[in-house]
Ligand binder design. Structure first.
Ligand SMILES: C[S@@+](CC[C@H](N)C(=O)[O-])C[C@H]1O[C@@H](n2cnc3c(N)ncnc32)[C@H](O)[C@@H]1O
Ligand SMILES: O=C(O)C(=O)C[C@]1(C(=O)O)C=C[C@@H](O)C=C1
Length: 244
């Protein structure tokens, strides 16, 4: 999947005006490179999606990959489980993402029963599922809409079903700036300049508002998940497994 990506240079030259970040064609073109160099633990989390599915999924179950982008988590499951083991719907708001994901998944997992659909996780139909993945997507919703979306995912899950929720997080009080500074160092170490880091930060400011990890756990508990454990954290990026 990374081989098809152009190098991300979207914020490398000074911009007269930094506009809000959106998942348009230019982002889609460089997305695998952008996310690999920007999100600590991205490769580990996506590759564990298949391992988690292999452990927790009942044979023939349905899986939802919400905010699927180019389908990295879906592909990870296809690499671990055969075509008879599950059916899957991958859904994303961005039409250019959906178009490219469809092509990539058809090429890389031709035998698997995968549907890639354009839709908004706030209101698209959600069929009953044994596993729902929502990786680095809830963070792009308005914070006031997140309780309701988690409730929708809970309602769609079968009893015993598993939610894989991965997010950029805000550090707990007193920890915020340490994690932000180290994340910027992580980006620098991956070849981003101070200009790129600062312009992307401005572009994301109003469209990606991270919650604290404790807020995610409170929301999951309040919704009714019987267990919710943080199984991965690398700087200000974390992943939770929650069970209905
Ligand atoms: C950081 S990417 C997700 C990465 C992806 N899950 C992966 O593991 O490679 C966020 C994705 O969420 C999508 N998105 C944002 N808001 C959405 C919404 N309301 N409904 C569905 N998808 C949404 C974006 O178009 C984008 O592709
Ligand atoms: O927090 C940042 O600075 C990021 O670049 C994060 C992030 C993400 O978590 O989705 C933002 C947009 C892109 O999709 C890639 C990475």
């Amino acid at each position: 999947m990374t081989d098809v990506s152009r190098r991300d240079a979207l914020f490398s030259t000074p911009l007269d005006q930094v506009t809000d970040f959106s998942f348009d064609e230019r982002v889609v073109d460089c997305f695998p490179d952008m996310i690999r160099r920007s999100v600590p633990g991205y490769a580990q989390i996506t590759s564990m999606a298949g391992v988690i599915a292999a452990r927790h999924l009942s044979p023939g179950a349905h899986i939802l990959d919400l905010g699927c982008s180019l389908g990295a988590s879906t592909l990870s499951i296809c690499q671990r489980l055969g075509p008879e083991a599950f059916t899957l719907q991958a859904i994303d708001l961005s039409q250019p993402m959906v178009d490219k994901a469809r092509g990539l998944l058809a090429q890389q997992a031709p035998e698997h029963r995968i549907e890639v659909l354009q839709g908004d996780i706030r209101d698209c139909p959600l069929p009953r599922a044994g596993m729902i993945m929502v990786n680095f997507t809830l963070q792009f919703l308005d914070p006031s809409e997140r309780d309701q979306v988690i409730q929708r995912l809970y309602d769609a899950l079968m009893p015993g079903g598993v939610l894989l929720l991965s997010e950029k997080i805000l550090g707990e009080p007193g920890q915020e700036s340490l994690l932000i500074d180290l994340h910027h160092d992580f980006k620098r170490a991956n070849g981003y300049s101070d200009l790129e880091i600062s312009q992307k930060r401005t572009a994301l400011e109003d469209v990606m508002i991270p919650d604290r990890l404790s807020t995610h756990h409170e929301r999951l508990a309040h919704t009714g998940f019987t267990r919710h454990d943080t199984w991965f954290q690398y700087l200000n990026f974390a992943s939770i497994l929650a069970f209905k």
